[in-house]
Ligand binder design. Structure first.
Ligand SMILES: Cc1cc2nc3c(=O)[nH]c(=O)nc-3n(C[C@H](O)[C@H](O)[C@H](O)COP(=O)(O)OP(=O)(O)OC[C@H]3O[C@@H](n4cnc5c(N)ncnc54)[C@H](O)[C@@H]3O)c2cc1C
Ligand code: HEM
Length: 400
């Protein structure tokens, strides 16, 4: 337990973390990866280089400093991070490595001596915070292996089918090499795929949402051509090839305990979890839902047929595909088309009084824009869930 003096020292360091947190964690990652390059098996190098991972960690440390005397308030955000950690197979033995480099970076960036009381307080606090993560993650890993067909870490899956959905999207149907039945998962969850790419010293890990409802024999992921790993998957991975895959994780799932109207709002590759979520909502009694999705003209209708058949099984669903180049006079189909961006006036016209649960998915810029717009329209934080495809942090989760 921390003493009152230690808690005060940590609270006082919050201002320092707010001002220099990104510099701190940038130094931390640089030094840690230099000494432990094998961590690149787990980290997404792009997120490290573009700063989104350092920012996520900096925001988390800042929130931890503010909440050091009531860490339990951070539990929802901690659980979300723990899902990512389990997916990328973080081990309890790795926490001391992170702790050591974090404290060393604090010394360097904040110019603190070994015996400085703020530094000693952070050492003690890190241990407490790390133990919270370790125990939550141990429980989640244990739950994973206990499930029928469950596993720990990653296991080999064969690409059974590769389907071009549109110019930018390819779906991969993945079946376990050992032919075991797949454990249940919830629509909206994601898996981590490890690509063993030529020229790379380590496998490259990326998350992909499951783009369909549960099926006992395969996982379907849908990959947008966007960079290093996705291009490799598109161009080099074919039917019969093998990928290492983690168990599904993630909290971006339909609330079981409410039948309030659900709104699924996505852009680009953010459509992938929405397909399973919309199908789940369509199969749930008394669940009304509206799915709104925007993309480039050549990609936006990729899943129209599949979504149409989900709609035909319910009288309470509405699906609107958005692209400014749609003809505004087009006849109205079961899946509607709107010649519009998803902006404030469009959202206002669709959601009206706006009571319900809002699920957002897309790039960090898109999710941020939608969160701000929905808040302007009077939707409260508690009714907004999101999955951001470029990494997310407590800054976005807004736990203050
Ligand atoms: C929970 C979760 C679920 C996801 N689900 C899906 C999904 O269902 N489908 C899907 O397609 N993706 C999904 N993603 C995204 C996916 O994990 C990858 O991030 C995505 O495939 C891009 O990886 P990549 O290696 O191809 O691109 P990267 O090479 O990592 O590049 C990513 C983007 O950054 C840009 N970039 C790269 N380097 C730089 C640089 N130095 N400066 C500026 N820009 C740069 C690239 O042009 C590209 O647009 C998900 C992500 C998360 C976190
Ligand atoms: C108390 C200590 C830690 C904190 C506060 C922390 C915080 C975070 C946060 C905020 C994220 C982003 C979550 C998201 O994108 O949804 C993250 C992701 C991640 N963390 Fe941690 N973490 C800690 C310990 C560790 C350890 C010990 C490892 C082991 C190497 C680790 C490896 C990772 C990896 C690989 C990711 C995914 C990054 C990516 O997008 O590639 N973390 N962590």
């Amino acid at each position: 337990m921390l003493s009152n003096e230690q808690m005060n020292a940590i609270k006082q360091s919050a201002a320092l973390l707010k001002a220099h947190g990104t510099k701190l964690v940038t130094v931390f990652y640089q030094n840690m990866i230099k000494q432990h390059p094998e961590l690149l098996k787990q980290f997404n190098k792009t997120n490290l280089m573009n700063g989104s991972q350092p920012e996520a960690l900096a925001a988390t440390l800042y929130q931890a400093a503010l909440h050091i005397d009531r860490l339990e308030e951070l539990l929802p955000a901690v659980k979300q991070i723990a899902h990512k950690h389990v997916s990328v197979q973080v081990k309890k033995e790795q926490y001391p490595i992170v702790g050591y480099h974090l404290i060393e970076a604090m010394k360097e960036v904040f110019d603190l001596a070994d015996e400085d009381e703020t530094l000693l307080a952070w050492k003690a606090a890190y241990e407490i915070i790390a133990n919270i993560f370790i125990s939550i993650e141990a429980e989640m890993m244990n739950d994973n292996v206990k499930q029928r067909g469950g596993w720990s870490d990653a296991k080999p899956f064969i690409i059974k089918k590769k389907k071009h959905e549109s110019p930018s999207f390819i779906s991969f149907y993945l079946v376990p090499e050992d032919e075991s039945e797949l454990p249940l998962y919830q629509a909206g969850q994601y898996i981590t795929v490890q690509a063993d790419m030529p020229g790379e010293a380590y496998v490259c890990s990326r998350q992909y949402s499951l783009s369909d409802q549960y099926h006992p024999s395969y996982y379907r992921i849908t990959v947008k051509r966007d960079g290093h790993v996705s291009t490799y998957l598109h161009d080099e991975m074919n039917e019969g090839d093998v990928l290492q895959v983690s168990m599904p994780q993630g909290m971006f799932c339909l609330h079981e305990d409410t039948t309030e109207p659900a709104y699924f709002i996505s852009a680009g590759s953010g459509v992938t979890p929405m397909i399973g979520l919309a199908k789940t909502a369509a199969s749930k009694e008394n669940q009304s839902f509206t799915m709104i999705h925007a993309d480039r003209l050549e990609d936006v209708t990729a899943f129209e047929k599949e979504l149409e058949s989900a709609l035909s099984s319910t009288t309470q669903g509405r699906i609107i595909l958005c692209n400014e180049q749609f003809d505004p006079m087009m006849k109205i189909d079961l899946v509607e088309k709107a010649a519009s961006r998803i902006d404030r006036s469009f959202l206002q016209s669709v959601i009206g009084a706006g009571k319900g649960q809002f699920y957002l998915c897309g790039s960090p810029a898109f999710t941020q824009e939608m969160i701000s717009t929905l808040k302007e329209l009077g939707i409260s934080d508690q009714n907004i869930q999101f999955e951001s495809f470029g990494g997310q942090s407590m800054k976005e989760i807004d736990v203050v």
